[in-house]
Ligand binder design. Structure first.
Ligand SMILES: Nc1ncnc2c1ncn2[C@@H]1O[C@H](COP(=O)(O)OP(=O)(O)OP(=O)(O)O)[C@@H](O)[C@H]1O
Length: 590
């Protein structure tokens, strides 16, 4: 019984701490109800053994009043117990969900490479629900059972130690059976929760890409994959249920045999004049209470083990949270960035080098364009600058200070990113623009100014609800160019020193393109900008072009310098130009 063995149990029980007083009050009410429950068979025994005297005297108003008061108290205590313990469970579960969300949303990006949204959502919902079930109904019932069990045994011994002997044999067997099936069940519960998460992932993926599924007429294929995930879930669930069924049957058999033995032995004791009929009645009621509660305690053990199994992963995640100490505050950055001999491989693909000794110095206010074939490492550089991953070797410096000294939170406060396909959250356009500045109140004038600079004001104002127009999943659908301009307004409002632009590969129509370009030009003014560039127009305008190949910088310079030098850049431009030429020729022949 070492610490390691009990650790996981205590870890879960510690969750009760914030609601300890509520639970204490609930337990007090429970003690009252258990006391009443235990007194009841004694009252029956008294009635049976004194039935002649009671019939003679009749029931007095005092007795009726006492019985009524007792019943009322019992009812009140039961209701209070139920409410106090159940509400404690709800509060604990809410707390766990909040903590889990907080820990997950603060995880390094590598965590999200490994865990998908559907799986994490399943942890938050179904796994935490298991905790709810066992911490509310389960724990309260188990505790009540435990009290009735202990009280019942005391009463049995008090009534007839002799008659208690056969029960002393059955009860340990029943408890042992419970422990055995509980430990097995824990393993299965882990498998059930993993299958549930896997099927959740399948469903979420297909729902999220419903347009693509329907466009390729793949509903049948999607259904087949989901059905396969469900079959796996059913298999593991049924295996668990079979185990419980065997256990329940064995428990029932044991309880019956115990009761029959008690009755036979009890009748024998009455014959010898060592027990009254009332006492045997009370004894049988106590015995059935004890066997029932022994069953309930074992059953709770199963539920608890299931909870342990399905919440193992929750606690793995919660334990993985290592609070990062706040870095010492530094004056605002000027915006100089330096990568020194950076080598990097993604944690999920440690064998493949994504950056292979990259050294790069970007002056404050300089605009650099990263170009190169797909997979060359352009986005990886942006991810490292944003602090999503740490270099395996080498280092990153901002204004000459090591990024590790500055800390990601401090660095990111001075950065903004405009993604290739900007994500909008469910909410109003105003919410989406001010999303990037959560730590202070943004005035409406500031927001309007940012939207104007981003050339987004006119189209937003044209909506009947203006800035209050709802976007996101249930809201108005916006075009790619409109989303980009909202994202640009968001970045302008943040007033960053460093800007990361992931240029959209898909072309917008000429008018939108021009508006987005003008918005970007405003955004980039006076800011160190790293552009993951795809368009010729952007590349040509950059102060410096960095050409990447297989995780290395193979060339750098201005457009003119690189063209003169020939090599990789000249080839890339040649490719773009020949594509453009083909397009031009085919339009000319139309
Ligand atoms: N999250 C990730 N996990 C594992 N490997 C990754 C991840 N992201 C990118 N890679 C790999 O790292 C290498 C560099 O990818 P990166 O995204 O930086 O290329 P890129 O130049 O930005 O390409 P593109 O222009 O297509 O976006 C590629 O081999 C890619 O497969």
């Amino acid at each position: 019984m070492n610490h390691l063995h009990f650790g996981p149990h205590f870890e879960r029980l510690r969750l009760l701490h914030p609601v300890r007083w509520r639970i204490a009050a609930g337990l007090l009410c429970m003690a009252l109800t258990v006391g009443a429950q235990l007194a009841f068979p004694q009252a029956i025994a008294y009635f049976i053994d004194n039935v002649a005297a009671l019939t003679r005297r009749g029931v007095t108003p005092g007795m009726v009043a006492a019985m009524l008061a007792f019943s009322l108290l019992y009812a009140l205590a039961s209701a209070a117990r139920f409410y106090l313990l159940q509400s404690s469970g709800h509060m604990i579960v809410m707390g766990v969900r909040r903590r889990l969300f907080d820990v997950v949303i603060n995880q390094p990006i590598a965590f999200f490479d490994k865990h998908h949204g559907g799986e994490l959502n399943s942890r938050l919902t179904s796994d935490v629900s298991a905790l709810h079930e066992s911490l509310t109904i389960g724990a309260a019932n188990a505790l009540r059972s435990l009290c009735v069990f202990a009280g019942g045994i005391a009463m049995l011994l008090h009534l007839s130690p002799m008659l208690s002997l056969p029960l002393a044999l059955f009860i340990p067997i029943s408890l042992y059976l419970g422990k055995l099936s509980g430990s097995n069940y824990r393993q299965r519960a882990r498998a059930i929760s993993a299958s549930l998460a896997a099927s959740g992932k399948v469903a979420q993926e297909y729902f999220a890409h419903a347009r693509l599924v329907q466009a390729f007429n793949q509903q049948g294929g999607a259904m087949a994959r989901y059905a396969q995930a469900m079959r796996q879930l059913l298999d593991v669930s049924l295996a668990g249920t079979r185990l419980l069924a065997v256990f329940q049957g064995a428990q029932g058999l044991l309880a019956f045999v115990a009761l029959l033995t008690t009755l036979c032995f009890g009748a024998h004791l009455i014959g010898q004049g060592r027990l009254s009929v009332g006492e045997l009645t009370a004894f049988v009621i106590y015995a059935s209470m004890v066997t029932d509660t022994a069953g309930a305690i074992s059953e709770f053990w199963n539920t608890w083990m299931r909870t342990m199994g399905s919440t193992d992963r929750i606690f793995d995640i919660l334990r993985s949270h290592r609070p990062v100490p706040d870095a010492a505050p530094q004056p605002p950055l000027a915006g100089h960035i330096a990568l020194r001999e950076v080598r990097f491989a993604y944690p999920e693909r440690t064998q493949a080098t994504a950056l292979d000794g990259v050294s790069l110095s970007i002056r404050a206010g300089e605009k650099i364009a990263l170009v190169g074939a797909s997979g060359a490492g352009k986005s990886t550089i942006a991810s490292l600058v944003l602090g999503h991953y740490q270099p395996v070797t080498g280092s990153l410096h901002f204004d000459g200070i090591d990024a590790r000294v500055l800390g990601v939170a401090q660095l990111r406060r001075q950065m903004a990113v405009v993604e290739q396909e900007p994500a909008l959250f469910s909410g109003s356009i105003a919410d989406n623009i001010t999303f990037a500045v959560p730590d202070r109140q943004v005035t409406r004038e500031e927001m309007l100014a940012a939207a104007r600079l981003a050339h987004a004001h006119d189209f937003i104002a044209a909506f009947p609800d203006g800035y209050e127009t709802l976007v996101g999943e249930r809201g108005v659908q916006l075009s790619g160019g409109q989303k980009q301009r909202i994202a640009i307004a968001r970045a302008i409002l943040r007033a960053p020193k460093i800007l990361i632009l992931d240029e959209a590969t898909s072309a917008l129509d000429a008018a939108s393109e021009q508006q987005v370009q003008r918005a970007l030009d405003t955004l980039m003014q006076g800011r160190t900008t790293i552009i993951i560039a795809h368009r010729f127009s952007t590349i040509v305008k950059a102060d410096r072009i960095i050409v990447m190949e297989d995780g290395r910088i193979c060339q750098q310079g201005t457009h003119a310098e690189l063209l003169r030098a020939g090599g990789q850049y000249a080839r890339l431009i040649q490719q773009q130009l020949s594509q453009f030429q083909q397009l031009h020729d085919s339009t000319a022949t139309l």
